[in-house]
Design a protein around this ligand. Structure first.
Ligand code: RUQ
Ligand code: CUA
Length: 666
């Protein structure tokens, strides 16, 4: 059981009747009822394709993985925030800058939420965004290369959980700080007592602008907020498209033992924020400049290389002065999920400790604001009256509601961690119409297109926090577990268990037809602008710059050019810049050197990648291709000779030279 959710369970047990001490997550018989036709519904015959891509966050793996639905087959793990020796991500010279931050090189993060880009609130198949929860970051992944193209650090933030949810036209991705912390004007986290939370701690939410054409991100503005925990969020759509909604807990402003101290109040808040107004205020110069320092890392497919730039300024808006941008709505009790339905009219709060699901009405929120139906203020922010903004409550839905998705047919599907189930309910009538058990203790759930204006429906997938007996045991650590349910009829039907890696939190699913047609197969060699590219074997060369030896090397089935290199000396830094000359789909070459304090390279057709190697001993060292590329893959190898410091071995290189390499000395 993962710690956070263990706490949830404990908190629930503290606050709710003691029957909860044995929650529904207790393993049942692993053989659960499936109907006879379940296998046929998930079987994708050899040579056929899945109907959906399921793009799944990796939790503490820091990566993103891609599955097919309905088969549940794993297609790809996309390295994002964590180094990945399999592809050299974070090890090659080209990718190291992607993991740079204001703290230096941070080779890991905790990725919780996926947001697929939308146009008019519908999936457009261009990018996937994912948050880094630990060292606050947002990454953008191209859905044509399935590679991470950009990572931006979030300044004035301490943990980026309510992120990277999008506005309807992907104008902005959002980033709310999970942990508040002492903050003053200039990028500071001053040295004050932790017990001064109420006086000194603040929160922020940031709006990360996304360029329509290129997808490039930038920190557009930030909003300074009271010190509470910002947990989850969703952009509005349709009528509510100018608004963003955030769940807030720890409105008690506790700084210790939050499981008890942040569970005192009956209601915390959902925050409604008018980002369009914020945008206007920024344009009108109403923001304050904040001196910060954050990394902005961009991977360019023309040079196949990343750059990292440290940026120094953001604009911060203060809602205590700009009165009409932020409102709080009371929401029972420690809300987690905060989800907007496809029409944009309804906002559901999921209080982890609440006995109801409150559904707020956007129309009523607007009226309450116009009528000034406030019950008071919280730290200078108006608090709307609960009854004035409430559409209604779903009564006795289950225990420990976390997240809600939608099918576009008027139904909502809410995950219940404690009672370990998915509950389907009618949004207008607030009536529960169906429930199914999950195995076990579901966190997020996903309906294809669930967070868009036009859900694709058909399935709901449960991403569970506890696996227990669902698969063959593998020692103390078990794979994570997901379940696929058919939602095409009135009743949800369990179809499939499938294992997942890391600890998935949120996921999205999108029709394969929106993505597969755009998939890149090769990089054109003539478009390769890497500074050390060799576009053909004739361009291969070795040259020295002081103690740096550059080897512009090519690889093609089944040899390297050059494959014999002499004249490297102890004290040198050697850079193998390997260009894969293949122009054929699915023919990567690998590259590895004995003893390198590094990983391998895996170089795609038409790409150049660089491995840095600092020899630690004299001798003849082998290198080879690691990816089984042809019948003579095992012949794809070479040698580099390392001579003592100060020796006069000349720098020479060759391939296919039967005699000793020119100028060789003994
Ligand atoms: S969370 S299990 Cu990190 Cu989105 Cu709710
Ligand atoms: Cu190239 Cu194996």
């Amino acid at each position: 059981m993962k710690y956070k959710h263990f706490l949830l369970l404990i908190a629930a047990a503290v606050a709710l009747p003691s029957v909860l001490l044995t929650p529904g997550c207790k393993p049942h018989n692993p053989v659960s009822a499936v109907e006879g036709d379940a296998a046929g519904k998930v079987y994708v015959a050899p040579g056929k394709y899945d109907e959906f891509y399921n793009i799944v966050s990796g939790g503490f793996s820091g990566q993103v993985s891609v599955y097919g639905l309905p088969s549940g087959r794993l297609f790809r793990v996309i390295p994002v925030f964590s180094v990945n020796p399999e592809s050299g991500w974070g090890y090659s010279e080209e990718t190291k800058p992607m993991l740079n931050t204001s703290h230096g090189f941070v080779p890991w993060d905790d990725s919780h939420h996926i947001a697929l880009s939308t146009t008019n609130g519908e999936h457009d198949g261009r990018w996937a965004f994912v948050n880094g929860n630990n060292t606050p970051r947002i990454a953008r992944i191209s859905l044509s290369t399935f590679r991470t193209e950009e990572i931006i650090e979030i300044p004035n933030s301490s943990g980026n959980h309510s992120s990277p949810f999008l506005t309807e036209n992907s104008e902005y991705a959002v980033a709310g700080t999970r942990f508040s912390y002492p903050m003053d004007d200039d990028d500071s986290n001053p040295d004050v007592g932790i017990g001064t939370y109420k006086q000194n701690f603040k929160g922020t939410v940031s709006f990360i602008g996304i360029d329509k054409a290129s997808g490039r991100m930038g920190v557009s503005f930030q909003v300074l907020l009271p010190g509470v925990n910002f947990d989850l969020s969703r952009g509005g759509r349709g009528p509510s498209k100018d608004w963003f909604f955030f769940s807030c807990y720890n409105t008690e402003q506790a700084n210790t033992l939050l499981e008890v101290n942040a569970s005192q109040k009956d209601k915390d808040f959902i925050m409604a924020l008018n980002w369009k107004k914020c945008e206007e205020y920024v344009k009108a110069g109403k923001g304050k400049k904040s001196k910060v320092s954050y990394a902005h890392n961009i991977y360019d497919e023309k040079t196949h290389s990343a750059t990292s730039t440290i940026e120094h300024e953001t604009i911060v808006l203060d809602p205590k002065e700009l009165k009409d941008i932020v409102y709080f709505m009371p929401c029972p009790k420690s809300p987690h999920g905060c989800d907007v339905d496809p029409t944009g009219e309804y906002i559901c709060g999921s209080g982890k400790l609440a006995a109801v699901i409150p559904v707020f009405s956007f129309t009523k929120i607007q009226k309450a604001i116009a009528d000034k139906s406030f019950e008071g203020e919280f730290d200078g922010i108006p608090v709307l009256k609960y009854d004035a903004v409430l559409h209604g409550e779903v009564k006795k839905p289950g225990l420990g509601p976390l997240h809600t998705e939608f099918d576009g047919k008027g139904f909502a599907y809410t995950s219940f961690f404690v009672s370990s189930e998915i509950v389907k309910w009618n949004i207008e009538k607030l009536e529960v119409v169906d429930r199914v058990p999950t195995y076990y203790s579901i966190g997020h759930l996903c309906v294809p297109g669930g967070p868009t204006r036009k859900p694709h429906g058909k399935y709901v997938i449960a991403y569970n926090k506890i696996t227990k007996d669902r698969y063959l045991p593998t020692g103390p650590e078990l794979t994570q577990s997901a379940q696929l349910y058919d939602i095409s009829g009135d009743k949800m039907k369990l179809l499939l268990d499938f294992p997942t890696i890391g600890e998935p939190h949120y996921a999205e699913a999108i029709p394969a037809s929106l993505i597969s047609k755009n998939s890149v197969k090769i990089f054109k060699i003539e478009d390769n602008h890497h500074p050390y590219v060799a576009k053909g074997e004739k361009e291969a060369k070795v040259f020295r710059e002081g103690n740096k030896v550059h080897i512009n090397m090519t690889s093609i089935r089944s040899h390297f050019m050059p494959d014999n290199i002499e004249g490297v000396k102890m004290g040198d830094e050697v850079y193998f810049h390997v260009t894969n000359l293949e122009q054929d789909w699915d023919v990567p070459h690998g590259f590895a050197v004995k003893g390198a304090n590094n990983a391998e390279l895996l170089i795609m057709p038409g790409e150049t990648a660089t491995l840095k190697w600092v020899p630690d001993r004299v001798g003849v060292i082998a290198f080879y291709c690691t990816d089984f590329c042809s019948a003579l893959h095992q012949e794809m190898q070479g040698y580099v000779r390392v001579s003592p410091r100060g020796s006069n071995t000349p720098l020479t290189f060759s391939t296919g030279n039967k005699a000793e390499p020119t100028g060789a000395t003994k």
